[in-house]
Design a protein around this ligand. Sequence first.
Ligand code: GUN
Ligand code: ZN
Length: 450
Amino acid sequence: MLAAMNAYRAAILRFDPAREPGRSAIYDEDGLLVVGPDANGMQVVQAVGSYQELRERFLGVPIEHFPGRIIAPGFVDMHIHFPQTNVIASPADGLLPWLENHTYPEEGRFSDPSHCAESAAFFIAELLRNGVTTALAFASSHPASVTALFARAQQQRLRLITGLCLMDRHAPAGVLNGASMDGRFDATEQSLIDSEALIGQWHGRGRLGYAITPRFAPSCSEAQLRGAGELAARYGDVWIQSHVAENRDEIEWARALFPASCSYLATYGDFGLLRERAIYAHCLHFDEQDRALMHASGAAAAVCPSSNLFLGSGFFDYTAADRAGFHYGLASDVGGGTSFSPFHTMLAAFYVGREGRSKQALSLAPQHLWWQHTTGAAQALGLAGTVGNLLPGCEADFIVLNPQATPLLARRTACADSLDELLFALIVLGDDRLVQRTVVSQALLTIPAN
Ligand code: GUN
Ligand code: ZN
């Protein structure tokens, strides 16, 4: 057993899930992370703690030493759009013109499988380069985009959840779900058949998971939402992802299209799309009833602060979310979001978290920001204890951070005199340069001798 293990020595950051997020960090200045295979051959954390306390127990296990570096859990991005990599930095006067003028034209290009494959390779590499080891991603409305993304993630061992974007109305033909080639089915029926086939092909295969993906209520017919809800009932451990309450014009549109529902969010509930493992991006313009519905249903919010600031959508209300008690975590929302870097997203969350607060509570604590992009996000996805942390049993997804990556980072972190000060300096000054290495858990495969 010891022979199959590896250990890493550095400062180590992880989180105590039982503690309040703002004070949940556990930090060993000189730590040891021991990883090795579990019963299924998956590389998981076997032990973590101070180097002095652990080294005797693991004599003989090879140790890689990273002096002056910090090992932290791989980041979890709860909401990102694979076909929007080229859309980053496309300014618009709000969500709906942004979709029409920038996003839909680019997503239309994913009808071409070679564009899907080339983009998938870039997208997965960019996530890993930025320290993201788990992502819940939208694909486009073309099945080839889902296949290309799953295939590449599997190759690179990223933990990835994605699904076919369901949209059968109110968008240009190039991005609406297409009818079957032989014309036997209509586009709505075909999109549901394709979704179910993709669940069968990919869900639960290694580290991959499927998400039923209605884009948002305004782009889906009643029949499509009903079909999506039926799939969600039939496949209880499959995820659901969509958007809700991001922008005032969007909300007005959704209310006009589904007037029988109590609210925009309630529309999803009316079609069976609110449950655990249902992840809704944004959740900005909620009332108390909406928040209670999130909590009661077990749905979670993907908070997208850089996107919300960039598109002028609004501010996620952390205080009200905590009062209602529903789960949430951070997300880049590329290409509405402005960066793949979790450091940029955490900094944007700091700005957003300041909104509407009293002077006594400046904004969110650094540990809370970091927790939202790791342990908190994993919990919101229903993956607590699997990813987003470095406690024993967690998959061995981690990053090695170099606080000396730039002259300014080196200078500022050298004079940080508390853990919060150090984490905050990394959040404010950090980007992909901080991430020296990203390690993803791998199954130890026995290669047959020939
Ligand atoms: N609402 C519907 N589609 C989208 C999208 O692609 N991005 C964002 N931010 N909101 C949406
Ligand atoms: Zn989005």
